[in-house]
Design a protein around this ligand. Structure first.
Ligand code: ASN
Length: 350
């Protein structure tokens, strides 16, 4: 069991960037500094009874806070290493992150920090801390409270009164404060009145806590486009698919197929997929439908995907699949082992 938070064992807050800490500039909102004072200033507006329930925390800024639309796998990796290196000194971690690619980062952190024995909570906001009616203060408060909850032992996302499994979350609204959802997995917890509640049995610690084994791999080789994301559209041609998959720099692909796991029964198109898997590329499919999973081969129209060696992503989010492909391809594993691990739930992602 981890030590509860205290002034000697505080929660670490890392500001990676995003609207939450942004300030106005002539070119529009941009990542601001001085986060420690600004966060404490915002939290000082909470009623005293809620302030009293916040854990002790220290704030650190990552080297260069960014708009998360610019994040790459190299940023996920840096964050994973920073957390892995210092986690032992803290009761838990809060990552303040831009919302645009928050789901990808949360998924990647979950793979990198397997066997986590304390909470790592990713949050952000749709409005800056100082904006009128900002959601930032409430999200930070929620994240801090869950980050000091020793029963929670996984990467989670705290947003708009809800706590989601990090590897199952998606940003589904571009404006509303309630921007995130976890289409195929129930909430891990939520705010109820002034309390934060965790739902027993839904957490990873109760389901599949393996031995702690951080997998902080080197994503450098994949940071520049080694994994691609292709959504099928009616009329997609084999040559279009080949334009992505035949490039030797591409080592993996997320395919967003139709419905329950279907693709056109077009031998030329399926031949492009088979050729890529034959070359050792890792191809995985999920549905374009935001809810539900796929069963490749349930329809004849999906059989070709199975024959071409495309792996089923079941009910995983596209973000969780892409981050998993990056994670597995960065490791010195043979093709068989990569495929086996892709199909194995590592952190409750499938
Ligand atoms: N563009 C911002 C970001 O992802 C959006 C936000 O944080 N609400 O960094």
């Amino acid at each position: 069991m981890t030590t509860p938070s205290s002034p000697d064992h505080p929660v670490l807050v890392l500001y990676a960037g995003g609207t939450l800490g942004m300030v106005a500039s002539p070119r529009g909102l941009t990542a601001g500094g001085n986060m420690d004072a600004r966060m404490r200033g915002a939290l000082a507006n909470l009623p005293p009874s809620r302030q009293a329930r916040l854990p002790a925390f220290v704030v650190k800024e990552t080297n260069e806070p960014i708009d998360s639309s610019a994040a790459t796998a190299a940023d996920w990796q840096r964050l994973g290493h920073t957390i892995g290196k210092t986690l032992r000194n803290y009761a838990g971690v809060v990552v303040l992150h831009g919302t645009d690619t928050l789901a990808w980062t949360a998924a990647s952190l979950a793979y990198q920090l397997q066997g986590l024995d304390r909470p790592v909570i990713v949050t952000g906001a749709m409005l800056p801390l100082e904006a009128p009616d900002s959601d930032a203060q409430a999200n930070v408060e929620l994240a801090l409270r869950f980050a000091s909850e020793p029963r929670l032992q996984e990467v989670a996302v705290a947003f708009a009164d809800k706590l989601f499994r990090g590897v199952c979350v998606r940003k589904l609204h571009s404006e509303a404060a309630d921007a995130f959802a976890s289409p195929n997995y129930p909430l891990l917890g939520e705010r109820v009145g002034d309390d934060t509640v965790l739902y027993p049995g839904r957490g990873l610690e109760a389901q599949q806590r393996g031995a702690p084994r951080f997998e902080l791999h080197d994503y450098a080789a994949l940071a520049d486009g080694g994994v691609v994301r292709i959504a099928l559209w009616p009329g997609i041609q084999a040559w279009q698919l080949a334009a992505w998959l035949a490039d030797h720099r591409v080592q993996g692909a997320l395919l967003e197929v139709w419905g329950g796991g279907n693709a056109p029964e077009n031998p030329e198109l399926l031949g492009v997929l088979a050729k890529a898997t034959g070359e050792g590329k890792l191809l995985a499919a999920v549905s374009q439908c935001p809810h539900g999973s796929i069963t490749i081969g349930h329809y004849a129209a999906g059989q070709g995907l199975a024959e071409a060696g495309v792996l089923s992503g079941d009910g995983m989010t596209p973000e969780a699949v892409l981050a998993k492909l990056v994670h597995l391809l960065a490791q010195p594993l043979d093709d068989r082992e990569r495929r086996r691990r892709f199909l194995t739930p590592l952190v409750g992602e499938r």
